[in-house]
Design a protein around this ligand. Sequence first.
Ligand SMILES: NC(=O)c1ccc[n+]([C@@H]2O[C@H](COP(=O)([O-])OP(=O)(O)OC[C@H]3O[C@@H](n4cnc5c(N)ncnc54)[C@H](OP(=O)(O)O)[C@@H]3O)[C@@H](O)[C@H]2O)c1
Length: 218
Amino acid sequence: MDVLVVGGHGRVGIRLLRLLAARGHRARGLIRKPEEAADLEAAGAVPVIGDLEAEPSLEPYVKGADAVVFAAGAGPGSGPERKRTVDLGGAVKLTDAAAALGVRRYLMVSSIGADRPESATGPMRAYLEAKAEADRYLAASGLDYTILRPGSLTDDPGTGRVRLTTELGGTGRVPRDDVAAVLAELLAAPHTAGVTAELFSGDVPVAEAVRALGRATP
Ligand SMILES: NC(=O)c1ccc[n+]([C@@H]2O[C@H](COP(=O)([O-])OP(=O)(O)OC[C@H]3O[C@@H](n4cnc5c(N)ncnc54)[C@H](OP(=O)(O)O)[C@@H]3O)[C@@H](O)[C@H]2O)c1
């Protein structure tokens, strides 16, 4: 599979690229700083240089992909304007490019709280509004999307065990290692198309949690 990860040098993005390359996929990472290319190559990935905000269309990068993953973000130090141009605008451009080229599989790294941005204050509110709008745009696109909403991300080592649930409104933390592991598993799980799920640390092995996702629970 050829997978384009947007936000390829992000802390989730590079972990995902490493996992995908190890599984034999062509793992391409979109980055805007050429000096980060060597880190992607060391992860077994193919660096693709491009700026989400500056490029009018992401079609040239998406071309040839079997699936795309949005893992970029303006980051906590950014103001409301960049939440609109990266967290919303970048995700929308990726949706448009995937739809135009018929690349049906799209994984969105969203966030807990995107189901209720109005309950947040300060910079979190602009962030969650951007995430919510990006998620709505993707869900309306007709693509085979899965929206993953992790809790607070940590750099703790992954445990391979998670809580993945379509019940929204939770709180908690999850290591970036485990977010990447869930994303890699979702790419091989077409039954999760159309699903929005929250992700936290938990006790269910990643493969089992993804297998159960979207299925009716008793
Ligand atoms: N932090 C949390 O607790 C939390 C919780 C839930 C969800 N999330 C979401 O999880 C995702 C992954 O988080 P993370 O911690 O891995 O993020 P991260 O390490 O901050 O990585 C984000 C990446 O996006 C890239 N980016 C920003 N603007 C760009 C542009 N114009 N063109 C190309 N790339 C650009 C950044 O590259 P540059 O270095 O070039 O800017 C960076 O590599 C994000 O969508 C985040 O919003 C985060």
